[in-house]
Design a protein around this ligand. Structure first.
Ligand code: ADP
Length: 226
C-alpha cells in the first residue's frame, strides 16, 4: 500500500517557487492499477518520484507498506526501494556498455548469484527477448529496450511498479506489448502507478487520477473495474 498524507513538494529555483505537489492525500491499495494523468508540468513525475522515495516531500508523509519513507536513512530507503519497488521510465535508462542480460542483473539488491542470472534470463525469455540477451541496448529497437527495462524493474520481484510514460517513445504495437506486460504484473497482484497521456494505456487501469497544477482534480474508477 502507498499512502500520501498531506504531501506538499515545493521546488525552489533562483527565479521562482513551484508547488509541484500542492497538497495531496491519497491511498493506493495493494494490487491496484492507477493511471496518473494531467497536462505537462502538473506534478505527475514528482508524484511518482515521491511514491518511490527518489524524492522527499517538503511537508507531509509518504508511507509504503506503512513505513514512512522520509524517516528512513538514505541507505535504508535505497535498500527498501530496491526490494519492493520497480521503476520504468520513458527514456529506458539502460546502460549502453552492458549487454541486455547484464542490464537486468545490475538491478539485483544482492548477488549477483547464478539464481539471479537465471531469473533475469527467464524474464527476458518471457518478454520475447531470448535472441537479444547478449546484444547491447544500441542494437535494439525502442520496444525491445523498454521490455529490457521492464525486466530490470521486475528482477527483485517488487510488489509495486512505478512507470513514468513507459509507452511515450513507442509505436502503437510496441506500446501495446508493454501495456500487456504491465497488465500481467497487475493480474498477479502487483500494484502499478502509471503516468500516461494515452487513453489506451489508461484503459488498463482500475482508477485514473488527474492532476492539475499539483492538485488532484479528479479520481475516477474505471467502468470495467470490479
Ligand atoms: P509532470 O510530470 O506532470 O510534467 P513534474 O512533476 O515534472 O510534472 O513537474 C511539476 C512542476 O515542478 C513543474 O512546474 C516543473 O517545472 C517543476 N519541477 C519539477 N522538477 C523540478 C526541479 N528539480 N526543480 C525545479 N522545479 C521542478
Amino acid at each position: 500500500m502507498i499512502e500520501f498524507d498531506q504531501v506538499r513538494k515545493i521546488y525552489h529555483t533562483s527565479q521562482r517557487e513551484v508547488a509541484a505537489i500542492a497538497e495531496l492525500t491519497l491511498r493506493v491499495d495493494p494490487g491496484e492499477f492507477i493511471a496518473v494523468r494531467g497536462p505537462s508540468g502538473s506534478g505527475k513525475s514528482t508524484l511518482l518520484s515521491l511514491a518511490g522515495g527518489l524524492n522527499l516531500p517538503t511537508s507531509g508523509r509518504v508511507l509504503v507498506d506503512g513505513q514512512p519513507l522520509s524517516e528512513m536513512t538514505a541507505a535504508r530507503r535505497a535498500h527498501f526501494r530496491g526490494e519492493r519497488i520497480g521503476f520504468v521510465f520513458q527514456m529506458f535508462h539502460l546502460l549502453p556498455y552492458l549487454t541486455v542480460v547484464e542490464n537486468v542483473v545490475v538491478a539485483a539488491t544482492e548477488g549477483p548469484t547464478e539464481a539471479i542470472r537465471q531469473r533475469a534470463e527467464q524474464l527476458l525469455e518471457d518478454f520475447g527477448l531470448t535472441e537479444r540477451m547478449t546484444h547491447r541496448p544500441g542494437e535494439l529497437s525502442a520496444g525491445e529496450r523498454q521490455r529490457v527495462a521492464l525486466a530490470r524493474a521486475l528482477l527483485n520481484r517488487p510488489q509495486i511498479l512505478l512507470a513514468d510514460e513507459p509507452t511515450g517513445n513507442l509505436d502503437p504495437d510496441n506500446a501495446q506489448a508493454v501495456l500487456e506486460l504491465l497488465a500481467r504484473f497487475h493480474e498477479r497482484g502487483g500494484t502499478i502507478l502509471l503516468v500516461t497521456h494515452h487513453d489506451r494505456a489508461a484503459a488498463y487501469a482500475d482508477r485514473s487520477l488527474v492532476l492539475e497544477r499539483g492538485e488532484l482534480v479528479k479520481s475516477q474508477v474505471a467502468e470495467n473495474s470490479a
